[in-house]
Design a protein around this ligand. Structure first.
Ligand code: 5GP
Length: 193
């Protein structure tokens, strides 16, 4: 998606060879016009996929998820991060190792928000090792619902997330694909056909 790539080029900050900071439009401050375009883009890709709900993870997945949900006329549920599992029932829970924070969290979704007849589009801001997306996919499967696809705003193709998700048979669509962050530079990978 060209507009997103331009934003990354002009405002992205390469923190190191593995991490891109995009806090001026996605991870802290949010650019609603860009989110609207992201929402439209994902919605076009999934228009015929029979999506009934979008699942994301707090907090940075929420903006792209909500804008996509508006276009598809469905609701959004976001997985909540918890440091430890308190004695709470009626939750689907999975463990996620955070790539950026280097800590392991429980993420959970209330069972009342996912049903076995749901077709879920999972959305997240970044795809690195794939742990966050996989945890969400497992939550969907705990609910015996269907993962219709995984929409990623920024994929880093030099990390294994995409291959892991594809090997498990998931549909994955990324709006910007970054091949390398070496030497403080963003190098994009070609769009997939
Ligand atoms: P994964 O679970 O695929 O390893 O990492 C995805 C999660 O880590 C995303 O939800 C995102 O919050 C965070 N993340 C991974 N790589 C980056 C990055 O380069 N920049 C930022 N800002 N977040 C990232």
């Amino acid at each position: 998606m060209e507009l997103l790539k331009q934003k990354i080029v002009h405002e992205g900050i390469v923190l190191n060879n593995n991490v891109l900071k995009v806090d001026s439009f996605l991870n802290h401050q949010i650019d609603p016009k860009l989110m609207l375009e992201i929402g439209k883009y994902f919605a076009e890709l999934y228009r015929e996929a029979g999506i009934t709900k979008i699942l994301t993870i707090e907090s940075s997945g929420i903006a792209p998820a909500v804008f996509t949900a508006l276009q598809l006329d469905v609701t959004v549920v976001f997985a909540r991060k918890r440091k430890s599992l308190t004695l709470q029932t009626d939750l689907y829970t999975e463990t996620v190792h955070s790539f950026t924070k280097k800590e392991t969290n429980e993420v959970s979704v209330s069972q009342k928000f996912l049903n076995s007849n749901d077709r879920i589009l999972i959305i997240d801001d970044f795809l690195a090792n794939g742990d966050a997306a996989l945890a969400m996919a497992r939550i969907v499967e705990q609910a015996q619902a269907t993962v219709a696809g995984i929409g990623i705003v920024i994929e880093k193709t030099f990390q294994p997330g995409f291959s892991r998700l594809k090997e498990l048979g998931y549909r994955v669509d990324s709006l910007a694909r970054i091949a390398s962050l070496e030497n403080g530079q963003v190098y994009f990978a070609p769009n997939l056909p």
